[in-house]
Design a protein around this ligand. Structure first.
Ligand SMILES: Nc1ncnc2c1ncn2[C@@H]1O[C@H](COP(=O)(O)OP(=O)(O)OP(=O)(O)O)[C@@H](O)[C@H]1O
Ligand SMILES: [Mg+2]
Length: 252
């Protein structure tokens, strides 16, 4: 198949057509630009739907660029859920939910992070008109044990307009576990960065999209161009919009 190449800016401004409740999944190895793209897509989406209730979960103890993205998107960083407000404080349009890690007790740490994210996901699911960003959803689903919450969003969130946006480094999963197959079947919008791991490519190629041959998807993802930016290898992204299906290569 011929895949049209679209500069990032044009894609964001002219072609990104998100409707509340739709799910998004961005998949690539570390450092390829998943969180960066998430921030760009959120910026466009919030410009169109400013009253969407956004919560961006950060399960990692550190993520250097997060502060800048939060500021650009006017999301308030909080470490607990529900977020605390003084009576005179105006409510932010959305939040970055970054629980503090308990470094000396991993059992308590996992329970604490799981509980914080679970509370936010319950809120987003039942109230709807929301976007939950489960950045690095392998951590959320497998390490923090919230696969059930992720699945509920993927399966039933759309009718409540509760969108789930995920990023994922390792689609094949690991011996510890994996997120469920709904991660591939439920999202309307999928983005793939360059990957050369055969097990990852196999999982990616199994996304069931009529008119798309698994071998073609593999070959496209394997050969996506990458760019050295600082210490990172940032990738062009293969975009799949299930509504067509439409395919495009989004330049970094
Ligand atoms: N399209 C781009 N143009 C310029 N810089 C980019 C682009 N995409 C990503 N970067 C930069 O590359 C670095 C890595 O990007 P990012 O943190 O988004 O990767 P990631 O895929 O989320 O990684 P991880 O899986 O480890 O979370 C960041 O410093 C980011 O600012
Ligand atoms: Mg990231």
């Amino acid at each position: 198949v011929q895949v049209q190449q679209i500069p990032r800016k044009d894609f964001l401004e002219q072609f990104w057509d998100y409707r509340p409740g739709e799910h998004v999944n961005i998949i690539s190895p570390t450092g390829a630009g998943k969180s960066f793209l998430t921030a760009q897509l959120l910026g466009q989406t919030l410009a169109k739907y400013p009253d969407l209730d956004v919560a961006w979960q950060c399960p990692k103890p550190n993520d250097p660029a997060m502060d800048a993205w939060g500021q650009a998107l006017q999301l308030r960083e909080v470490d607990s859920w529900p977020p605390r407000y003084w009576p005179w404080q105006s409510h932010a349009a959305g939040h970055i939910l970054w629980p503090k890690h308990i470094v000396d007790d991993e059992t308590r740490n996992r329970a604490h992070i799981a509980e914080t994210f679970r509370a936010q996901m319950n809120h987003a699911y039942w109230h709807g008109h929301s976007i939950t960003v489960a950045d690095d959803c392998y951590l959320t689903g497998v390490i923090y044990g919230l696969n059930t919450e992720l699945d509920r969003h993927w399966i039933a969130g759309r009718s409540n307009k509760a969108g789930l946006w995920t990023t994922l480094q390792k689609p094949s999963g690991t011996v510890q576990g994996a997120v469920s197959s709904f991660a591939y079947d439920a999202p309307t919008h999928m983005f793939f960065g360059r990957d050369s791991d055969e097990r990852n490519l196999k999982r990616i190629s199994e996304i069931s999209i009529s008119a798309l041959d698994p071998e073609e998807i593999k070959s496209l993802v394997r050969h996506l161009p990458v760019h050295r930016i600082g210490d990172d290898t940032v990738s062009d992204m293969l975009y799949v919009d299930r509504r067509g299906p439409y395919l495009a290569q989004i330049q970094a």
